[in-house]
Design a protein around this ligand. Structure first.
Ligand SMILES: Cc1cc2nc3c(=O)[nH]c(=O)nc-3n(C[C@H](O)[C@H](O)[C@H](O)COP(=O)(O)O)c2cc1C
Length: 197
């Protein structure tokens, strides 16, 4: 397994950055038949566990469903149809949940920020292990709440599809196939950074 899936997916950066960060991208084609290293999934979860958080509160929870399981199906059923169409081939679907207040009712105001850091760390560790990840916000939050009997203080924020990269040709939809190979774009640094000179 290589860290960088294909050179044309590499981020075009103004200065060199880590290969893992430059090579990470969010595909929609996952190979359902590829050998999947379970240890790589555990490593990604372990990496998420070690993300920083406000006062080290670690206000994140993850529900992991592996394809074929009831948990996977319940998560897949909550995805909007656009996402469900391609995410069904992923090896696992992970619900990323923010704990917005403690069980004693104390607010955890940075919970979503902290969860985002954990999810990003998850993505990068997965990529380093040769997997690909695709976060999605297109899902029915209430359906996930109901499917897993979540207390109100737990907020499902995203679902991450995890798997082994598949061929764009495996996607039935032409629009999705073309997105798989379209140039990756970002705003320029000058658009998003104010820096002293
Ligand atoms: C919070 C969040 C929600 C997203 N929701 C969706 C989604 O519902 N469906 C989808 O196909 N991609 C979704 N994406 C993926 C983004 O479109 C993708 O990360 C972005 O276009 C940048 O591409 P890259 O990850 O390949 O660099 C989401 C990403 C994030 C971080």
């Amino acid at each position: 397994m290589s860290i960088i899936s294909s050179p044309d997916r590499l981020a075009d950066t103004s200065v060199p950055i880590s290969d893992v960060i430059a090579g990470r991208w969010s595909p929609r084609s996952f190979d359902p038949d590829a050998v999947f290293e379970e240890e790589a999934l555990v490593a990604a979860l372990e990496a998420a566990r070690w993300a920083p958080s406000a006062s080290n509160t670690q206000p994140w929870r993850f529900i992991v469903g592996r394809r074929g399981s009831d948990t996977f199906q319940r998560i897949a059923d909550a995805l909007v149809p656009f996402n469900a169409a391609w995410a069904a081939s992923a090896h696992a679907l992970v619900v990323n949940i923010a704990e917005t207040e403690t069980d004693e009712g104390t607010p955890l105001p940075w919970a979503v920020y902290d969860l985002g850091q954990a999810a990003a760390t998850f993505n990068l560790q997965a990529h380093k292990s040769g997997l690909h990840t695709h976060p999605v916000g297109g899902f029915d939050v209430d359906a996930i709440r109901e499917a897993f009997a979540l207390e109100q203080r737990f907020v499902p924020v995203t679902v991450t599809a995890v798997g082994v990269l598949g061929s764009p040709d495996a996607l039935e939809n032409e629009m999705l196939r073309s997105r798989e190979t379209a140039p990756r774009q970002r705003k320029g640094l000058s658009e998003i950074v104010v820096i002293d000179d």
